[in-house]
Design a binder for this molecule. Sequence first.
Ligand code: ADP
Ligand code: MG
Length: 245
Amino acid sequence: MKLKISNLKKCYDQKGVIENLSLEVEDIQVLSLIGASGSGKSTLLRLIAGLESFEAGSIEVNGHNVVESEAVEYRKKVGFVFQDHNLFSHLSIYENIMLVLEKVHHRNRTEVEPEVKKLLEQFGLMEHAEKLPHQISGGQSQRASIVRALSIRPELILLDEPTSSLDPILTHEVLSAVKLLAEDSIDFIIVTHEIGFAKSVADYIVFMEEGKIIEQGDRNILESPKSPELKRFLSKVLTFDGGQM
Ligand code: ADP
Ligand code: MG
């Protein structure tokens, strides 16, 4: 992906949550956003997704200027997997996927069926396709959200802490699925507190604190952080391994 964010400012209730943030990367496939809770990661992800307006600055994704009010077409090329409540509870896994394809993307059901089945197969969900979201496990439900995001053939997938509500085994299951996709050369921006995962999959790391980027670079910054802020963050993450960030 090519991402160019210039002097971005976002406020909620007149309080700046993203402050004059700039970021420029090119030829990056998996970008990982890390930082403590409240540092602005989810907000930044929503802005990149074209889901919200902002006060100042600009966002360019793969040459596309992201402006919330004009982002209808752009949003169709972006897959989202957010923390919770990703699936409609009254629809089967299969219908959850079909709904987006038919209603938002106006795709023909019989035409997309083989593709969707292939994805369900790939993510080990074929036998659960007819179940309702509450009838499957948290890990399966997150994988179903990923399949739904992928089924639209996105240019970019945005994942916001896709494993935050999962136990270690399910976390492993979901992260393995994401890693598999990364090998498939799909572009990702992933907010995660799984530092081990970021180390093994991300080719660029952005560390945020209080709405600003404090440090960025390849995964080596996780081995040898320069800023005191990232050092402090990493030591906390290691001390409370598995804790919610
Ligand atoms: P993170 O994802 O890193 O935990 P967020 O982007 O969710 O951080 O939040 C950054 C800051 O913005 C926090 O102080 C949060 O309380 C505030 N914030 C986030 N979303 C909203 C909102 N919709 N309305 C008001 N404040 C918000
Ligand atoms: Mg968040």
